[in-house]
Design a protein around this ligand. Structure first.
Ligand code: PBG
Length: 334
């Protein structure tokens, strides 16, 4: 026999990948992807009132806060080293209309909240959502006419909304509605008002997804008729995501986003290769709810599944991840 091994049970293998998996330190040395607290953006829900904290039934451990309690939550968030929050309002029904006029009220819920955060916790990056749905009686992201969602008329409102958020002190505005041309219009609107330094996080490849259900419960913003397929993207498409990203970059986006994340890792990967801009991924409410539900049944190990899931998004190419798990992850990583 030609084997050089004295013990013939051993294979003559030059490469044994298991060598580098043998100890904890070796495994850490060759780890390719590191999830860190710097990757995280924490989405938070704000509502009117005082001393209120309501759990969202379809998003266990996730709450809507009145402003006073929200500020406490954001202080904890900043103390954990999380750099940024993304703010979403629950707007009371009597303030909703078809045009979303409340969205650019200088004393609206979002504007007051941003001012308060910037006063108390100025170091945290505040990202505001630019979309009509929390303000729309129809729960749609655009002005409705004859059952259709108007594009250009909606964009006009989005510009006013973004400028009023910037005025309140937002660091970054995040158009999340998939209207055509909104990034360019918002950039122009911000610049004409001299908010050159306010950046745009564009929801560039946002899919018409069933994973948004729990979020719409949180905001009480489910569409009152039809669905969002005439503006959000078909989950079957990838080239269209690149087309959308190209447009948003040309219009002035600072960061591009893929949403949802877990069922769209290939899209994250493609966009990471396509652009030099930072790529964000939104680990959405339905993805959160699935993990929480299985963990509560005792069917999966929650912490391990969270880390594995978020690492997969980072590995796919996401530089930033919006996730309701942000605080939990920050605690695990500490
Ligand atoms: C709407 C918006 C949605 C989410 C963020 N912004 C829902 C939708 O498009 O209907 C979903 C976030 C999540 O599910 O966590 N502008």
């Amino acid at each position: 026999m030609s084997s050089t091994n004295q013990n013939s049970k051993h294979l003559a293998l030059l490469h044994r990948p298991r060598r580098l998996r043998r100890t904890e330190t070796l495994r850490r040395m060759v780890q390719e992807t590191q999830l860190t607290v710097n990757d995280l953006i924490y989405p938070l829900f704000v509502m009117e009132g005082e001393n209120l904290k309501e759990e969202i039934p379809s998003m266990p451990d996730c709450y809507r806060y009145s402003l006073d309690l929200l500020l406490k939550e954001i202080t904890d968030t900043a103390n954990l080293g999380i750099n940024a929050i993304a703010l979403f309002p629950t707007i009371s029904t009597e303030k909703k209309d078809n045009q979303g006029k409340e969205s650019y009220n200088p004393d609206g819920l979002v504007q007051r909240t941003v001012r308060a955060i910037k006063q108390e916790i100025p170091e945290i990056t505040v990202i505001t959502d630019v979309a009509l749905d929390p303000y729309s009686i129809y729960g749609h992201d655009g002005i409705v006419k004859d059952g259709k969602i108007l594009n250009d008329e909606t964009v006009e409102i989005l510009v006013k909304m973004a400028v009023s958020q910037a005025e309140a002190g937002a660091d970054m505005v995040a158009p999340s509605d998939m209207m055509d041309g909104r990034v360019g219009a918002i950039r122009q609107g911000l610049d004409s008002a001299s908010y050159f330094d306010v950046s745009i996080l564009a929801y560039s490849a946002k899919y018409a997804s069933a994973y948004y259900g729990p979020f719409r419960d949180a905001l009480e913003s489910a569409p009152q008729f039809g669905d969002k397929q005439t503006y959000q993207m078909n989950p079957a498409n990838v080239r269209e995501a690149i087309k959308e990203v190209a447009l948003d970059i040309a219009e002035g986006a600072d960061i591009v986003m893929v949403k949802p994340a877990l069922a769209y890792l290939d899209i994250i990967h493609r966009l990471r290769e396509y652009t030099n801009l930072p790529v964000a991924a939104y680990n959405v409410s339905g993805e959160y709810a699935m993990i929480k539900a299985a963990a509560r049944q005792g069917w999966i190990d929650e912490k391990k599944v969270i880390l594995e899931t978020l690492t997969s998004m980072k590995r796919a190419g996401a530089d930033l991840i919006l996730t309701y798990f942000a605080k939990e992850i920050a605690l695990i990583l500490r």
